[in-house]
Design a protein. Structure first.
Length: 339
């Protein structure tokens, strides 16, 4: 027998297990700066990731037709356990006062056998969402759908990734971070890796390493094995800027003295090379220099990408695949041996 006490977890287990693939979350480059010069806590970045993952992974799940979402909402309304947002509680109170949903305060959605089966409440909720707008309410059906789906999707992600957290706080922290977002550059990173790393990140060194890793991920992008780039671009992305010019402009502003100190400290040859060594092998599989260029890869070893890189370099230098001149063969062979 499933009781109301155990039902909350089982409800979300059904939703969470519907998602087979682990998704990526996109971190805007400008938010990487929060790791180097935190205006907000690491928990703000975790909340941003949880929220964005929830809206992506469960975007097709809706309170309008997903019974698990409906049950979880009603279960937590009855439980009065602080899980619902204040706005959702007020909306459900208003629906009850308008006789649009009948909540049974005696049985609280349970059958006489103790099973949590709020069939009547679900029917009322479904009819409300399918019907016309009601003038007695201070909110529209679309608004209710928006905040209810937001809550349910975040709950599902918290359960799926075994995270603790208050949904209302997650929404608030996400919105605070969202106000900082500008530009289109982003770093795609696996949600499980990122949440685990952030939850265990406590030292400045850990945050700086993650900032450098996310900067590299933003350069490689989605669906590519590697990137051929420059150290200047890697360094500016590490500090949350899209381009070296953008970083240079920020460093000239008096209000960014702390940023200037951080850049000067972590981009010295000694410090940056130490960061590179720490990342290589742990989070970055390929980091090699070739002239003014730097070749980086996070998901593939050198053996996986060397032919692609060779062809890329050959095109850059105007060499054809069929050209067999000794000097050109030696150049290519040297490049492949170096790494």
């Amino acid at each position: 027998m499933v009781t109301a006490k155990t039902m909350g977890g089982l409800i979300m287990e059904g939703v969470a297990n519907n998602v087979e693939a682990v998704r990526y979350v996109r971190i805007p480059v400008c938010l990487i700066r929060q790791l180097v010069m935190p205006e907000y806590s690491v928990e703000h970045l975790v909340s941003y990731c949880v929220y964005e993952a929830a809206m992506d992974i469960y975007k097709s799940n809706s309170i309008a037709n997903d019974e698990a979402f409906q049950k979880d909402l009603i279960y937590n309304y009855y439980a009065s356990n602080g899980a619902l947002t204040d706005e959702l509680i007020n909306c459900l109170d208003d629906l009850q006062n308008a006789d649009l949903i009948s909540f049974d305060e005696y049985y609280k959605g349970n059958t006489t056998e103790g099973d949590f089966q709020p069939d009547f409440e679900i029917e009322d909720l479904t009819n409300f969402l399918a019907g016309n707008e009601d003038d007695r309410l201070d909110f529209t059906k679309d608004h209710f759908l928006e905040i209810a789906n937001e809550w349910c999707r975040i709950r599902a992600v918290l359960f799926k990734f075994q995270l603790s957290g208050n949904v209302e706080n997650i929404i608030r922290k996400h919105n605070e971070m969202q106000r900082l977002v500008k530009g289109n550059a982003f770093a795609p990173v696996g949600i499980i890796f990122l949440l685990n790393y952030l939850n265990n990140t406590k030292t400045e060194k850990d945050r700086i390493k993650l900032a450098l890793f996310l900067g590299i991920k933003s350069i490689i992008g989605m669906g590519k094995k590697y990137a051929v780039t420059t150290l200047s671009l890697i360094k500016c992305r590490m500090f949350g800027f899209s381009s070296p010019k953008e970083l240079e402009k920020a460093l000239t502003q008096k209000k960014n003295k702390r940023l200037k100190d951080q850049v000067e400290h972590y981009t010295t040859h000694r410090q940056f090379d130490k960061l590179r060594r720490d990342l290589t092998g742990e989070l970055v599989k390929v980091w090699v220099g070739y002239g003014r260029r730097t070749i980086i890869a996070t998901a593939y070893d050198w053996d996986d990408i060397k032919l692609d890189v060779a062809n890329f370099m050959r095109k850059k230098r105007g060499l054809s695949a069929q050209d067999t001149a000794t000097r050109q063969r030696d150049e290519l062979a040297q490049m492949l041996r170096l790494y």
